[in-house]
Design a binder for this molecule. Structure first.
Ligand SMILES: [Fe+2]
Length: 199
């Protein structure tokens, strides 16, 4: 996550929730940009966030800039990031990976996003590494409190199974995220009764 000016601009519109200036905001008005602080806050629901910035990748920089990619281009991009996959295979028992590419021209984008914008859980963990664009993951704590974490290129996030959350794109409606799976059979949304109270 980058807590720079762009991010600040994205959040200052939420005046009813206080001035929100950093990478994670909560319904109790807390705002934080330090990844250690964010992880401490999310510890009780076992969500893990990391910043793994990647250096220039000249061989795939043009692919990162393209809004849409075909299957061959996706695989080329995935291979460029396979050091991260190897790390996750060892450290988190990840077994497979794919690349989700969303942009304003994606066919059915709104209906696709509608699947993940309500509060839901999964029977398996949700593990993502953002390599282009941006999005926001929201979390519901057992207390009812909610927190919103913005993710940008270089951000990694791991959401355990059965953790209540949601996902939205920002106004750019564009993201490229590598999805890592330990078991693809459990990755469907199970909707909960909670309503999103922070945006
Ligand atoms: Fe999800």
């Amino acid at each position: 996550m980058n807590c720079g000016f762009t991010y600040q601009s994205a959040f200052t519109q939420n005046s009813d929730k206080g001035v929100i200036l950093a990478c994670m905001s909560t319904t109790t008005g807390q705002v934080m940009g330090d990844v250690d602080d964010i992880n401490r806050y999310l510890e009780s629901i076992d969500v893990f966030v990391a910043r793994w910035p990647f250096s220039d990748l000249p061989e795939v920089s043009s692919l990162l800039l393209m809004p849409g990619l075909d299957d061959r281009e996706k695989e080329e991009l995935l291979k460029a990031f396979d050091n991260t996959f190897l790390r996750l295979q060892k450290e988190m028992s990840m077994k497979s990976r794919d690349l989700i590419v969303l942009h304003p021209g994606t066919v059915g984008l709104s209906s696709l996003l509608d699947k993940f914008s309500p509060c839901h859980t999964h029977d398996d963990e949700e593990v993502r590494y953002i390599i282009d664009g941006e999005g926001e993951f929201g979390f519901v704590f057992p207390s009812g409190e909610q927190a919103l974490v913005k993710v940008e290129p270089g951000d990694f996030i791991r959401i355990p199974k059965d953790t209540e959350h949601w996902f939205v794109l920002t106004k750019t409606r564009r993201i490229k995220a590598i999805r890592y799976f330990s078991d693809t059979t459990g990755w469907v949304p199970r909707y909960t009764a909670s309503k999103v109270r922070i945006s």
